[in-house]
Design a protein. Structure first.
Length: 54
């Protein structure tokens, strides 16, 4: 199994390709959740402004 060297500041760790793929998926999920959260707050702000105008 291929190991990849990853430098985290002073710490250098070796991770397998499978672990790397798992990490990328986790990052993608985290990013998607953050985008959903931001979209929700934007919608709330927009609706709040709309209700103030009416």
């Amino acid at each position: 199994m291929l190991k990849k060297r990853v430098n985290l500041g002073q710490l250098t760790v070796f991770i397998s390709q499978k672990e790397e793929e798992r990490g990328k998926k986790a990052d993608a999920i985290r990013i998607r959740e953050r985008q959903k959260k931001e979209e929700g707050t934007r919608r709330k702000k927009r609706e709040g402004i709309h209700s103030q105008l009416c």
